[in-house]
Design a protein around this ligand. Structure first.
Ligand SMILES: Nc1ncnc2c1ncn2[C@@H]1O[C@H](COP(=O)(O)OP(=O)(O)O)[C@@H](O)[C@H]1O
Ligand SMILES: [Mg+2]
Length: 303
């Protein structure tokens, strides 16, 4: 559906997108995952033909960039800051977007009913967009970008700043749409959302550092992760411990990334003894997407 080959774009000295190659297949929910400034928006804008690459090529639905106009009729784009009209109702917003694409009222109404049923907004057609919750606004923006019935949907951080419950809801809708045949390219800074994609491309400083399914990415993580449960809450518990690579603190437990499991375990036990904090348990657990990403970002930085 999308083939991006060695795509680059700089803004002055900043390489926003640096020789990126990815391919998105029909059945994918393809996630571009990375922190602010990684280059996600710039890449998506080039995919949508809204920014011109310095180098490289975008192919959409088998077409080259030159023929993007035709291919684009099959593409829906929800930009990072999607602007709804607050003083228009839900249905008026949908009508507005639909008529921008030359659809007649009747077609828009039929499609809106279908999509609103899917997104659970059908009860709120007459509500002003300004009076919707953050999660409902995102769903309305999604509805607007679907009214052209695209085969391919590009979503730039659609759940940014939305509460966790609404984020879950939003992803359920994406799954439903994907099951019905929609190809989705979505960006997110949230690692828990990376888990929900069928394929993830990690982006960092303009580069794609890894592309694979979440389970394969985790399987390829070379370092053991130990979960340490302890009654002492100390964010600095494992600071400066040479035998550990990284650790994070979650209230009553710590996740510690180590090089060697036995060496790491001993170092952890030694530190706990020094801190007078006997461990309730230490066990190996699977890595999180966050740990995989951090390790890839660090490797890349060393080059
Ligand atoms: N129009 C622009 N002019 C100058 N710099 C830009 C512009 N758009 C993006 N950048 C820079 O390019 C880099 C990547 O930005 P962006 O693609 O927005 O990343 P992301 O969406 O992952 O946060 C950042 O360093 C950003 O400051
Ligand atoms: Mg962005």
């Amino acid at each position: 559906m999308i083939k991006v080959a060695e795509l680059s774009k700089s803004f002055g000295a900043v390489k926003a997108v640096d020789e990126v190659s990815i391919s998105v297949n029909k059945q994918d929910i393809f996630g571009l995952v990375g922190p602010d400034g990684a280059g996600k928006t710039t890449l998506m804008r080039m995919v949508c033909g809204l920014a011109v690459p310095d180098n490289g090529e975008v192919r959409l639905l088998g077409e080259t960039l030159g023929k993007l106009e035709q291919a684009r009729e099959n593409l829906g784009y929800m930009p990072q800051r999607f602007s709804l009209y607050g003083d228009l109702t839900v249905m008026e917003n949908i009508n507005f977007f639909g008529s921008m694409y030359g659809l007649n009222r009747k077609t828009i109404a039929i499609r809106a009913d279908e999509i609103l049923a899917l997104t659970g907004l059908n009860m709120f057609k007459e509500r002003l967009a300004d009076n919707l919750s953050g999660g409902m606004k995102q769903k309305l923006a999604l509805t607007c970008s679907l009214v052209t019935r695209p085969a391919l949907l590009v979503l730039d951080e659609p759940t940014y700043g939305v509460d966790p419950e609404s984020r879950k809801e939003f992803w359920k809708t994406l799954y439903r749409l994907n099951r019905e045949g929609l190809t989705i390219l979505v960006s997110t800074p949230y690692m828990d959302e990376a888990e929900l994609c069928t394929v993830v491309a990690f982006m960092d400083r303009g580069r794609v550092t890894a592309v694979d399914s979440p389970s394969n990415l985790k399987r390829s993580f070379r370092h053991p992760v130990l979960e340490v449960r302890v009654n002492t809450r100390d964010p600095e518990m494992f600071s400066g411990l040479a035998e550990t690579l990284d650790y994070s603190f979650y209230g009553d437990k710590y996740r510690v990334v180590v090089d060697d499991i036995e060496v790491g375990r001993q170092a952890i036990e030694r530190r706990l003894a020094e801190k007078n904090a006997p461990a309730a348990s230490i066990r190996e657990i699977p890595p999180s997407m966050e740990e995989v990403f951090i390790s890839l970002a660090e490797t890349e930085g060393d080059n």
